[in-house]
Design a protein around this ligand. Structure first.
Ligand SMILES: NC(=O)c1ccc[n+]([C@@H]2O[C@H](COP(=O)([O-])OP(=O)(O)OC[C@H]3O[C@@H](n4cnc5c(N)ncnc54)[C@H](OP(=O)(O)O)[C@@H]3O)[C@@H](O)[C@H]2O)c1
Length: 302
């Protein structure tokens, strides 16, 4: 596979409201540091390397970048890196950010933000990214409580023109219904990958039926979560990767993209070679037999 020449446009497109993005995008959680995200003793990534990966992503056709003000290490901030590397921003670039439980300046996680604090987080993202509006803002939640008050606060900011479109992250189906009664939802960003549960798969399909983008995270990292990719892919994933002459990470990404045309990938990496491979995964075509094998890998075996 000649991954260097494949661009994100080859993965096809999907609409986030009135914004069209290529299906393979980029997640910035890995950029501020090496190793485990959010670790107190994280080693900051070289600024030039991080900015180089962002610029290369755009050169490769990536026009959907996922970020958050709480993606920072002791010396680097994902939003600041995006601003420094990419501003003035290309017209077609869609930057999706998240608000919800934030981190204090020392990096400690805070409880759920109040509606007033959510407004502050939106303003913080605007300042850091150097924009006068945010393309897409996901309300990221922890737990199963009602989101009406928090989502309502973001809906007001959307009405005021500070936010173009709203999404949700880490949510269950009842949250989606609750939010939709308040304002349109253009995307759901949840953990999803090989080994997803039947409930996770059903939610993904529900989003597709409503033409809501489903944006999986940890599709490569899997059970490694914020620690990053593990090397314990099952033999079936290795076998399929070998047959295509690609890596298991690329098979993991390709499998998510095969779950529906509304699935948008946002793989995270600080490695330019991995970036090119992830973009190239957008053109991998898995056979029905391969999909059946990968579909059958459950939580324990994935
Ligand atoms: N809403 C939420 O709650 C939430 C939670 C987590 C993440 N996110 C978003 O989702 C994005 C994706 O999540 P993620 O970055 O944690 O996980 P991921 O994309 O599933 O995996 C990233 C890990 O895989 C490695 N990797 C990436 N491409 C690879 C390749 N081609 N070959 C081998 N290894 C590869 C990376 O290491 P290298 O740097 O060495 O490539 C890193 O360890 C994040 O960047 C963030 O924007 C959202």
């Amino acid at each position: 596979m000649t991954s260097q020449t494949i661009t994100a446009a080859a993965s096809g497109t999907f609409d986030l409201g009135d914004l069209t993005v290529n299906r393979v995008g980029f997640g910035t959680m890995r950029l501020p540091q090496h190793g485990v995200a959010f670790a107190a003793d994280a080693v900051p990534r070289d600024r030039g390397q991080a900015m180089g990966v962002l610029r290369r992503a755009v050169e490769l056709g990536v026009n959907h970048i996922d970020t958050a003000a709480f993606y920072f290490s002791p010396l680097r901030s994902a939003n600041e890196l995006i601003n420094r590397a990419l501003a003035p921003y290309p017209d077609d670039l869609v930057i999706t950010t998240k608000v919800g439980p934030g981190r204090d300046p020392s990096g400690q996680w805070l409880p759920h933000a109040t509606p007033e604090q959510l407004r502050g987080q939106v303003e913080e993202n605007l300042r850091q990214l150097g924009r006068d509006h945010l393309d897409v803002v996901n309300l990221r939640i922890v737990g199963t409580d009602s989101i009406a008050e928090r989502f309502g606060a973001l809906a007001e900011l959307r009405e005021a023109g500070l936010i173009r479109h709203l999404g949700l992250s880490n949510v269950r189906p009842h949250h989606l219904a609750e939010a939709q009664a308040i304002a349109p939802v253009v995307c759901v960003q949840n953990m999803f990958g090989i080994g997803a549960s039947p409930e996770q798969k059903e939610f993904l399909h529900t989003c597709g039926e409503q033409r809501i983008a489903f944006v999986p995270f940890y599709s490569i990292a899997g059970t490694g979560r914020d620690g990053g990719a593990t090397s314990d892919d099952k033999s079936q994933v290795h076998t399929i990767a070998r047959a295509h002459g690609v890596s298991t990470a690329q098979i993991r990404l390709a499998w998510t993209l095969h779950q529906g045309p509304h699935v948008l990938a946002i793989p995270g990496t600080g490695d330019p070679d991995h970036l090119a491979q992830n973009v190239a995964a957008g053109v991998l075509r898995l056979s029905q037999d391969e999909l059946t094998v990968l579909d059958s890998l459950d939580h324990e075996t994935a």
